[in-house]
Design a protein around this ligand. Sequence first.
Ligand code: COA
Ligand code: ZN
Length: 302
Amino acid sequence: MRQVQICEVGPRDGLQNAKQLMPTETKKAWISALAAAGLNEIEVGSFVPPKLIPAMADTGEIVKHALAIPGLKVVALAPNVKGFERAREAGAHKITFPVSASHQHSVSNVRMTPDQMVEEVRKAAQMRGAQGPEIEGAVSTAFGCTMQGNVPEDEVVRIAVKLAEFCDCVALADTVGYANPVQVKRVFRRVKQEIGDKLEGAHFHNTRGLGLANALAAWEEGVRSFDSSMGGLGGCPFAPGASGNVITEDLVFMFESMGVSTGIDFDKLLAARKIMHGGVPDEPLYGHMALAGLPKGFRAAA
Ligand code: COA
Ligand code: ZN
């Protein structure tokens, strides 16, 4: 029984910011290894213009590969209706849209204001049809922005409320690693008061070392769905100074050592990490657990 749901976002958030291109066949092998380790939800890529982010040019093929893995929930990011149509055609189970609460990041990232982006997601939701994929509205830069600085919490709540009107679920994302645990608790609590169980996911970056602390703070607020990235790869190419996500290996260890089951096997996770490293050997790899190994006598949560 999984008590917490971890979505591996390395193939999307990680590779979009890597200096090297991971070969398509390595991406497939990595995703298969992640799934074999127990990651049953993987954000495998994004449907953005290939010229803009060449690392995501093969996402259609990657989605096809991932769909053949039994029991895997295949997630893809779309930045607009065109990306949504491509993702839906490819067969992604869940499509996530980045909706920045920072005006400046929104314009830099998707060339739309936050309100224009909300309307773009609304259009996608209206097009979806009964059998359509799940739609997530991810409020990015929800805890601060490297361009704008402060992001008003009222704005985060306002956008989350709008997205909850037509999205299946809403996530809050610390795109640039500005959040602290007290702020995480306060913002999650405020948004939860407005949209209840539609608030699902937490997406943290470890840029200033607070990724795990923030994940724990969100868990204490009742969040049970977390994004993380193997080896701590990651970052938004359109947010200067953004770096990697909270590290999957360390997040798994934190929860398992707390007795909270993730459904993920640590040794198989390290095998997947090797494949990943082979595909982008020049990228710096992070993570304490991969260095230190499991403590003597450690037992995973039942
Ligand atoms: N997939 C593929 N091609 C797309 C596309 C998509 N999702 N969206 C637009 N295009 C194409 C258009 O067809 C057009 O092609 P053409 O020049 O051959 O006619 C071209 O790209 C420009 O289209 P336009 O609608 O004017 O887009 P834009 O240049 O204003 O860019 C976004 C807007 C949203 C497409 C772009 O800013 C984007 O992809 N941002 C996401 C960035 C990202 O991934 N950030 C990290 C994750 S949060
Ligand atoms: Zn991110």
